[in-house]
Design a protein around this ligand. Structure first.
Ligand SMILES: CC(C)(COP(=O)(O)OP(=O)(O)OC[C@H]1O[C@@H](n2cnc3c(N)ncnc32)[C@H](O)[C@@H]1O)[C@@H](O)C(=O)NCCC(=O)NCCS
Ligand SMILES: Nc1ncnc2c1ncn2[C@@H]1O[C@H](COP(=O)(O)OP(=O)(O)OP(=O)(O)O)[C@@H](O)[C@H]1O
Length: 198
């Protein structure tokens, strides 16, 4: 299976791009979604998180309080590393398992940390969705109602934009509107299809 690794900083437009490929029938493995499923209520992984951070990390219904965990890990590098060493191997394993059942002409592995964590070794080609920092902050604040400083703190833990772009095989500039994004992706989709044709 030909696998495209799709990445980009927070709020760059990974999900918007993913929606386009999904509509073309392309199999998607999304690290953020797999990560969420791993820590769902009553899961063994959530128990390990509670053991480490204490039960104050849970909501009243015993689900993970994501906001609280986010506030902790983006201001404490050690805590972030603890969480990542627990989750990242499990996320990778789950995505690879799921990809075995993929039947589309090619598949896409979406991950915000594809280049930070060595996941690019698992893919044939790296696609970066690119937006500048002011667009990232504006779009995430509007979507999630985060404070701009929280988004800046997250951006600071991710690869700098120039390094990410230097590691890309394909770059899609997402500084325009969604219509413009989809037009660019339609042409890239044709390129990928031509690569996998026998
Ligand atoms: C801290 C958590 C609970 C916050 O949850 P929340 O619902 O607010 O955000 P969500 O999971 O949708 O992530 C949103 C974006 O934050 C950024 N982000 C998330 N985790 C990380 C991280 N460890 N390092 C850098 N950026 C990150 C990414 O751009 C991601 O797309 C969650 O992000 C998490 O469990 N992170 C650790 C797991 C991880 O590294 N995930 C990244 C995918 S492999
Ligand atoms: N070209 C665009 N024009 C206007 N809004 C956009 C554009 N691209 C994305 N958005 C919006 O910006 C927000 C962030 O985009 P999206 O959720 O796709 O980013 P992401 O990279 O998946 O973010 P995260 O890293 O947080 O998962 C969303 O609300 C999305 O609808």
């Amino acid at each position: 299976m030909f696998i495209v690794g799709l990445t980009g900083g927070i709020g760059s437009g990974k999900s918007a791009a993913t929606d386009f490929f999904k509509r073309q029938g392309i199999h998607i493995e999304d690290a953020d979604q797999v990560s969420r499923a791993l820590v769902e209520k009553d899961s063994p992984v959530l128990s390990q998180i509670v053991e480490h951070f204490g039960s104050a990390i849970l909501n009243i219904d015993s689900s993970l309080n994501r906001r609280k965990l986010r506030e902790i890990i983006f201001q404490d590098k050690q805590e972030r590393q603890w969480l990542e060493q627990l989750l990242h191997p499990l996320i990778n394993q789950k995505m690879l398992d799921n990809l075995h059942s993929a039947s589309s002409p090619y598949a896409i592995m979406v991950s915000p940390l594809l280049l930070e964590t060595g996941q690019q070794k698992l893919v044939d080609r790296v696609l970066v969705i690119d937006a500048d920092e002011s667009a990232q902050i504006e779009r995430v604040c509007e979507r999630d109602h985060h404070a701009p400083n929280q988004v800046k703190a997250i951006i600071a833990t991710q690869l700098p934009r120039n390094k990410r772009l230097a590691m890309a095989d394909d770059i899609i500039d997402n500084s325009g509107n969604l219509e413009q994004l989809y037009t660019k992706l339609a042409s890239l989709h044709q390129t990928y299809l031509s690569k996998v044709k026998p």
